[in-house]
Design a protein around this ligand. Sequence first.
Ligand code: HPA
Length: 272
Amino acid sequence: MSNLNEVVRAVEYIKQRIDFVPEVGIILGSGLGNFVDEIENKSVLPYADIPGFPVSTVKGHAGNLIFGKVHRKNVVAMQGRFHLYEGYPISKVVLGVRVMGLLGIKTLFVTNAAGGVNEAFAPGDLMVIRDHINLSGENPAIGEEIPQFGPRFFDMTYAYDTELIQKAKKVYEQNGIPYREGVYAFLKGPSYETPAEIKMLSIMGADAVGMSTVPEVIAARQMNIRVFGVSCITNMAAGISKTKLSHQEVVETSNKVKSSFTKIITDMVREL
Ligand code: HPA
């Protein structure tokens, strides 16, 4: 089945069940799923019920599409996302974004857990993503040209919306959360990086490193959806941290900061 058919089938399934045009899409990264408590008048569709949707294989990642209101705005949240390291083709990794795009979202919020490459960062920092470096060699726009998804060639200069970044600075200040901003480098994983790789990323200009988000952002920009992203720095990256990296540390840190994270995202929805 072509990629477009798969997306259209999922969209039709959703539209039959939910009479709702979302304005904002939100992808909730590892451990940050508690944002769903902020969504009012929820309708929940499990990924397992939506045709074509993969089911997340990562522990701690729920799999639901949640529709509802935040600050009176119509939102759709992906509770759980798909990663290249799970073995999914990139078309599946961005399926949720394609679906949300065809449902009508104008803005996409992306969140993730990331390793800190910038030594001025500390675990628990919430880094607004200013730009990214795609080191995966993959791109969701590769393949057949599908006009419904946007043009073949598209600009990535302002991939992370400048106006939303400005608003974020204000939201951080209002909440007394130290403002951090930087460049997110994307590697496929699932092994964490070596210290030599982290040194390379640092020289390249990366501030954080992670295994998600970039495919979704590229797909969103192709569809001309505005993007705002935040990385939760869950650990300092390999070699900067003298201790071994563990998934447990990632989960623990994201749990510690989940209330500030949720506050930032809800306030940002209010500011739209
Ligand atoms: N590297 C890559 N991905 C990550 C890390 C890391 O150190 N921490 C959380 N996600």
